[in-house]
Ligand binder design. Structure first.
Ligand SMILES: Cc1cc2nc3c(=O)[nH]c(=O)nc-3n(C[C@H](O)[C@H](O)[C@H](O)COP(=O)(O)OP(=O)(O)OC[C@H]3O[C@@H](n4cnc5c(N)ncnc54)[C@H](O)[C@@H]3O)c2cc1C
Length: 297
């Protein structure tokens, strides 16, 4: 174990919680809903996500499905909010068929209330299975969206093979470290690809959700979208709750473009602490950014 990882592992939970607080709505569905309402008051949309550890037993998966049903109930009169979910919380570790069935149930519940959901993308060991489930559920439900990661070499092909029908696709660089055989290792290349994939998604009739905090990249996308006269209902920008981009966010909203924040909440604080420790350990740059945000530059 390297030194930085050991430090993160040793961090006391209250400290992790302090680090985490700008990034997490709080405990319970109500905290996510309250944050979505607050953001809506500032002209921002949101996508609400349940934080949790990887789930293995059927009992825990079913408990997670029930949380998503309660989220749907709580969000049903809030068209400005969508829901994000992860395959590892919904049974992919057991089987694709089981996970797909759970996704289908949640998509059906959300569709009945006019809500949209997005399937997050995890590390590359899940990409094939996640796309397979996405395509099957997307066949039935228009409200079902997916995430693709521009760091992976395969993503151009995945866009070309995505679906005949228009899809909502969050395009991001991807948070998971991937091996050099599968992915770009330098951020400028990942970001050039992200820009290229925004164009490719539009060409294929999809709805790109441009998820980045990189201001030059956002401006590059804006210039392209303006120049091509792309309708403002044909794409949106997305950022994570807590990343300090207030001025840019208000500028985007002021231009009449949609800006959606990713709003995680936890059912239990211990899950949030666990999750953030893993994230901090996996990505020390994030730990550095969190510290810098907290204590100034
Ligand atoms: C809405 C949304 C949903 C996402 N969903 C997924 C997903 O399903 N799968 C997946 O693999 N990845 C997901 N990601 C993460 C994404 O892939 C990137 O890892 C993350 O957005 C950082 O990349 P960046 O493009 O902002 O560029 P970076 O170069 O990493 O960041 C640009 C600048 O933004 C700031 N910044 C970025 N992240 C943070 C942070 N956490 N805290 C403080 N400052 C920060 C820093 O100032 C940094 O210099 C998502 C991101 C967003 C915004």
């Amino acid at each position: 174990m390297d030194f930085k990882r050991a430090i993160v592992d040793l961090m006391p939970a209250p400290l992790v919680r302090t680090f985490a607080s700008p990034y997490i709505a709080g405990k319970g569905i109500a905290s996510g809903v309250a944050k979505a309402d607050e953001l809506h008051g500032h002209g921002l949309s949101s996508t609400i996500d349940l934080l949790g550890e990887e789930v293995f037993s059927r009992e825990e998966v079913e408990a997670t499905v029930q949380v998503y049903f309660r989220m749907i109930e709580a969000l049903k009169d809030r068209p400005f909010a969508t829901i994000s979910l992860k395959p590892t919380q919904l049974g992919i570790n057991e089987s694709v068929a089981y996970c797909q069935d759970n996704l289908r149930r949640i998509a059906a519940g959300a569709a009945a209330h006019g809500l949209r959901i997005t399937l997050d993308m995890e590390d590359s060991s899940f990409t094939d299975r996640t796309l397979q489930m996405f395509k099957a559920v997307r066949d039935e439900f228009d409200n079902f969206g997916i995430v693709l990661q521009s760091r992976l070499f395969r993503t151009g092909e995945d866009i070309r093979a995505l679906h005949a029908r228009p899809c909502r696709v969050r395009i991001c660089i991807g948070i998971y470290k991937e091996p050099a055989e599968l992915a770009f290792q330098d951020k400028p290349a990942m970001k050039d690809k992200l820009f290229e994939y925004v164009q490719l998604l539009l060409e294929h009739g999809h709805y790109p959700e441009i998820a980045t905090h990189d201001e030059p990249l956002i401006r590059r996308c804006m210039a392209y979208l303006d120049q091509r006269g792309v309708d403002r209902d044909a794409y949106e920008f997305q950022m994570l709750l807590g990343v300090p981009r207030a001025r840019l966010q208000q500028e985007i909203v002021g231009r009449g473009q949609t800006l959606r924040l990713y709003v995680p909440f936890a059912e239990e604080w211990k899950y949030a602490v666990h999750y953030l420790k893993r994230r901090l350990a996996a990505n020390q740059a994030m730990a550095y950014m969190v510290v810098r945000n907290l204590f100034g530059k």
